[in-house]
Design a protein around this ligand. Structure first.
Ligand code: NAP
Length: 251
C-alpha cells in the first residue's frame, strides 16, 4: 500500500519516464500521491508497464507519447494534459540521450540530436507550461542536468554542452518566474546505473567508479529522492540551484 501523501491532488509530468531515472522519479512522485504523466518517445510497452506498476500500488498514472525535441508536438502534449487535468504542478525535464564521440570526429547530426532532446526539449516543455504555472501562481520545475555539465567529460562535448545549457536555463527561468511562486532547480546526477551507462564498456565503467569518492555508482532511486525534495513543499524557499547527486564527483 502507498504511505506518505504529500503530493495528493497534484499533477506531475515526467519526460522520458519509461525507464531509468525518469521511471524512478515517476514512481517516487506517485508514491506521494501525485497523478503522474509518464512521457516517452520510443517504447509504449515500457512506459505502459511503469504506469501499470504505479496503478497496481494504488497510484495514478497515464502514459503520453511525445518527442520533446519537437516544439509543436510538445505544445500539443502540454495542451492535452492541461485540458484533461486543469492544472500541472510539477514538471521534471528528464528525457535525455547521448551520442558520444571525440570532438575531432563528432558529426553535426550527433551534436544537434543531443542538444535538441536534452536542452531544447526542456525549453519546449517549460515554454508551453509557463502560462499554466503563472496562472496557478505555483509550479515546481526540475531539470535533470549532469555532472558532465559542470566539470565536462571527454567524448561528451555535445552532452556536456546540453547539460551546462540546462543549468543556465534553470537559473534564468528561476529569476523570471520567482515572483509568481514558481521554483526552478536542477539535479545533476553523477554516474547512475541505467541503460544509458550500461551500454558503456566495462573498462570505462570501472574507471568512472574509481573517480567517485563514494566508490560506487548511484541508483535511479538516489536521484528520485532529490527530485522528490525539489518537487515538494520542503523546498519552497529554494530556487535556481543545482543539486548534485553524484557520490562526491563534482565537489
Ligand atoms: P535512459 O535509461 O536512457 O532513459 C532515457 C529516457 O528518455 C527514456 O525513457 C527515453 O524514452 C526518453 N527519451 C529519450 N529521448 C526522448 C525524446 N526525444 N522525447 C521523450 N522522451 C525521450 O536514461 P537515464 O540514464 O535514465 O537518464 C535520464 C536523464 O538523466 C537524462 O537526461 C540523462 O542525461 C540524465 N543523467 C543520467 C546519468 C546516468 O548516469 N544515467 C547521469 C547524469 C544525468 P524512449 O526510449 O521511449 O524514447
Amino acid at each position: 500500500m502507498l504511505t506518505g501523501k504529500s503530493l495528493t491532488g497534484q499533477v506531475a509530468i515526467v519526460t522520458g519516464a519509461s525507464r531509468g531515472i525518469g521511471k524512478a522519479v515517476a514512481q517516487a512522485l506517485a508514491t506521494e500521491g501525485a497523478t503522474v504523466i509518464i512521457n516517452y518517445n520510443g517504447s509504449a510497452e515500457a512506459a505502459e508497464a511503469v504506469a501499470e506498476d504505479i496503478r497496481s500500488q494504488g497510484g495514478m498514472a497515464e502514459t503520453v507519447k511525445c518527442n520533446v525535441a519537437d516544439f509543436a508536438e510538445s505544445e500539443a502534449f502540454v495542451k492535452a494534459v492541461t485540458e484533461k487535468y486543469g492544472r500541472v504542478d510539477i514538471l521534471v525535464n528528464n528525457a535525455g540521450i547521448t551520442r558520444d564521440n571525440l570532438i575531432v570526429r563528432m558529426t553535426e547530426e550527433e551534436f544537434n540530436a543531443v542538444l535538441d532532446t536534452n536542452l531544447k526539449g526542456a525549453f519546449h516543455m517549460i515554454r508551453h507550461l509557463t502560462k499554466t504555472f503563472m496562472k496557478q501562481r505555483y509550479g515546481k520545475i526540475i531539470n535533470i542536468s549532469s555532472v558532465s555539465g559542470i566539470v565536462g567529460n571527454a567524448g561528451q562535448a555535445n552532452y556536456s554542452a546540453s547539460k551546462a545549457g540546462l543549468i543556465g536555463l534553470t537559473k534564468s527561468v528561476a529569476r523570471e518566474l520567482a515572483s509568481r511562486n514558481i521554483c526552478v532547480n536542477a539535479v545533476a546526477p553523477g554516474f547512475i546505473r541505467t541503460d544509458m551507462t550500461d551500454k558503456l564498456p566495462e573498462a570505462v565503467q570501472d574507471n568512472a567508479v574509481g573517480q567517485i569518492p563514494l566508490k560506487k555508482m548511484g541508483r535511479p532511486e538516489d536521484v528520485a529522492q532529490a527530485v522528490l525534495f525539489l518537487a515538494g513543499n520542503a523546498s519552497d524557499y529554494i530556487t535556481g540551484q543545482v543539486l548534485c547527486v553524484d557520490g562526491g564527483m563534482a565537489m
